[in-house]
Write a protein that binds this ligand. Structure first.
Ligand SMILES: [Zn+2]
Length: 717
């Protein structure tokens, strides 16, 4: 009873303070500003995204937390050090004991954090109504403000209170808190980001869950950590007339505080260690993984069962390899979250071993000209990093790019087309988009099974499912199936997206050659913003939702941003049907399908829109080449050798990626100057005609395009 009176007393005092009121107002002001956060983002492609409660509430929470955490820590340090500064500590100690007063003040600050969050909630909801007519859903606001903003304010208060108890010194406490604050929103480790969370947008298409689970886990970790820290603070609390070590020793002898503190810190360490969503050593970060040359893939049959309610999948995969007579070791890239249940080679149980610290397993193929590998595995999909998920499974959508490795990929030589067939079983409310062509759909109670078949130059299969609307288009002899969220249909119609798709495909048919697949439709699939941009694998092209959900319908003739971002991404991904899926260039250094896709994208946009706009594309290639050419680590040959291996790998990977998009198109433009646009176009069309369905390496490609266009020796970057 006494405690509650003390707390309400302290809260009344606090609410009369002008500084406390200013803290509330400033935090709410930042939250309101944050509802427009995507418009201030460094990532230009997010600008002009359709407004949704999810993204607006996330921005409000992030901005509110950024300002609020700093302000609450200042307020806490000032309030708790008041008596020391006014030297009234001794009087209070005599009257009630300093401990209860400190606890009541910290409690009052926590209540103020709750009040501030409620004020932010109301302010953000009002801001939502003022800024947009998009429907205002309260749940996303409750989630974002409740899981991001409120914990940030509370953690800031409790961390500051702990610092005050430990140091009893305002300057040191301010400095220490400042360090924790900057770490709290700059570290790349999402678990340590206690102020803000890693993601800057949340998906209207896929819902909050794929990103939200990281937010919740982060908060769980900090809850343990901060609770432990607070108890450490109380453990350090000075006894009157004692120094810190003496107080520590005396407090240690009394009660549960030290035991509980150590238990909570141990729990935090356990939560940190058992982080369940990421696998940072993912093969996505490796370049040029060695491929076994003694074996190649001939057929794959896979049966996948999606279990969105459990967020898992189970796969039965059957690989047939052609091989040299000698035994061969083959590595499979897996997803670290998927556990192998059984493995059979040529019908007999076989062993596998993990390559240490990777997501790859090695198996041994026995002597003979063929080998059959049957593998059964199941589990969760782990993300390689906290942003840009290559795969996730939720009730609302399933997004599995080939590089999530939901289908284990054997690292063998590329030789001839691979026959793939199989099925996907999913709850009946989901429309599954399979790779290749759909053979049949059958319903069995609450689930449906989608059977598919495909022929592909390499094993790179994506798998998608959501509650899609579908539109089928005919472009010449080709069938195009467009899968999109019904939520975004009005924008898709107004921006005439299907007209753009038709126009692009028509241009490529003329410019490069007939549609690459005779027996498969092209599938264009809307996916969530958690993987920005677009992606292409085999006959499936994905587009991140914001390309199909803009705030305003832009006029392509006057809106450079729309042409250079949205249409460019769409044109680039569609171009991959020819360069990438139709004919693949084995990625080696600067020579890749990416460069060819960029080149034909530019040719398309330059043929349709003012050159003053389209020419920004080749300028971008030049700029990115120059940036790498003059990089400091290129000028100083020893700089790379001195670097930490991880940083070196990151730089070189980034460089190879940048080169892949820019070097080849610049070479092709130079060739245009030398031999004429038509010659370059005709040679490329000829390469496509002759090599459809094949994978070419660098030499093959340069030889196929012919001497005089790109001279390999001279033009190698
Ligand atoms: Zn691409």
């Amino acid at each position: 009873m006494n405690g509650i009176r003390l707390l309400s007393n302290e809260f009344r005092l606090l609410s009369r303070s002008a500084f406390a009121r200013l803290v509330v107002v400033l935090t709410a002001g930042f939250a309101v500003l944050g509802t427009r956060a995507v418009e201030y983002s460094n990532d230009l492609q997010f600008h002009g995204m359709g407004r949704t409660s999810l993204t607006m509430s996330l921005g409000a929470a992030q901005y509110g937390a950024m300002a609020g955490a700093a302000l609450f820590a200042m307020l806490t340090l000032l309030v708790l050090s008041r008596d020391r500064r006014q030297q009234s500590g001794a009087i209070i100690e005599a009257a009630t004991g300093h401990g209860p007063v400190t606890a009541a003040r910290a409690g009052a600050l926590l209540v103020l954090g709750l009040v501030t969050t409620l004020v932010c909630l109301v302010a953000a909801l009002v801001a939502h109504h003022v800024q947009t007519t998009a429907s205002c859903e309260v749940l996303p606001y409750l989630f974002s403000l409740g899981w991001i903003l409120l914990p940030a304010l509370w953690f800031a208060t409790l961390l500051a209170a702990t610092l005050d108890l430990v140091f009893e010194n305002l300057d040191i406490s301010f400095l220490s808190f400042g360090t924790m604050y900057f770490l709290g929103f700059t570290t790349p480790n999402y678990l340590l980001r206690w102020v803000q969370t890693g993601a800057s947008v949340s998906s209207d298409f896929g819902g909050i869950e794929p990103m939200g689970r990281l937010v919740i886990y982060n908060r769980l970790f900090w809850l343990c950590l901060v609770a432990g820290a607070v108890l450490i603070g109380f453990w350090c609390r000075r006894r009157p007339g004692f120094t810190l070590p003496a107080s520590l020793a005396r407090n240690a002898g009394r009660g549960l505080v030290p035991i509980a503190a150590l238990l909570l810190l141990a729990m935090a360490a356990w939560v940190y260690r058992h982080e369940p969503y990421l696998f940072p050593a993912d093969s996505a970060f490796q370049r040029n993984l060695p491929r076994t040359q003694q074996a190649w893939l001939e057929t794959v049959e896979c049966h996948a069962r999606l279990r969105p309610e459990a967020k898992t999948l189970a796969v039965d995969a059957h690989y047939t390899f052609g091989k040299d007579k000698v035994p061969a070791q083959v590595e499979f890239i897996t997803n670290a979250g998927l556990r192998i249940d059984t493995l059979k080679i040529n019908g007999a149980d076989a062993a596998w071993s993990y390559v240490p610290h990777t997501d790859r397993v090695t198996i041994s193929l026995p002597p003979g000209n063929r080998a059959e590998v049957e593998c059964r595995y199941q589990g969760h999909i782990l993300y390689p990093a906290p942003g840009g998920f290559p795969g996730y499974i939720t009730d609302r959508s399933v997004y599995l790019l080939e590089n999530s490795h939901w289908l284990f990929e054997p690292l063998v030589q590329a030789r001839g087309p691979i026959q793939v067939s199989g099925s996907v079983t999913a709850p009946a409310h989901l429309t599954v988009v399979t790779p290749g062509r759909l053979e049949s759909v059958t319903q069995d109670g609450q689930t449906r099974t989608w059977r598919f078949a495909a022929t592909c130059p390499q094993l790179a299969l994506g798998l998608f499912a959501a509650e899609y609307a579908r539109e089928t288009l005919k472009v010449g002899p080709a069938t195009v199936e467009f899968f999109f969220s019904p939520r975004h249909e009005s924008y898709i119609r107004a921006a005439k997206i299907t007209n753009h798709i038709r126009d692009m495909l028509g241009f490529y048919r003329q410019f490069i050659g007939s549609f690459p697949f005779d027996d498969m439709p092209l599938k264009i699939v809307e996916t969530s913003v958690y993987k920005p941009g677009g992606h292409a694998s085999l006959n499936v092209v994905t587009l991140a939702e914001y390309l199909l959900n803009r705030k305003e319908v832009p006029d392509p003739n006057t809106h450079p941003g729309f042409i250079l971002r949205d249409l460019k991404i769409l044109a680039h991904e569609l171009a991959h049907e020819w360069w990438g899926s139709g004919v693949a260039i084995d990625e080696s250094g600067a020579w890749s399908s990416e460069g060819l896709a960029e080149y034909v994208t530019y040719r398309y946009l330059a043929s349709r829109y003012p050159l003053a706009i389209a020419d920004a594309i080749p300028r971008g290639w030049q700029g990115s080449i120059a940036q790498r050419k003059y990089a400091y680590y290129r000028k100083d040959p020893e700089a790379l050798a001195r670097m930490k291996p991880a940083l070196r790998e990151k730089l070189l990977t980034g460089q190879a990626k940048g080169d892949a998009y820019s070097v080849l198109p610049v070479r092709l433009l130079k060739a245009e100057e030398r031999v004429g646009k038509e010659v370059v176009r005709d040679r490329l069309a000829e390469v496509f005609r002759q090599h459809r369905g094949k994978t070419l390496d660098r030499q093959d490609f340069a030889a196929a395009i012919g001497p005089g266009v790109i001279d390999l020796e001279k033009e190698q970057p």
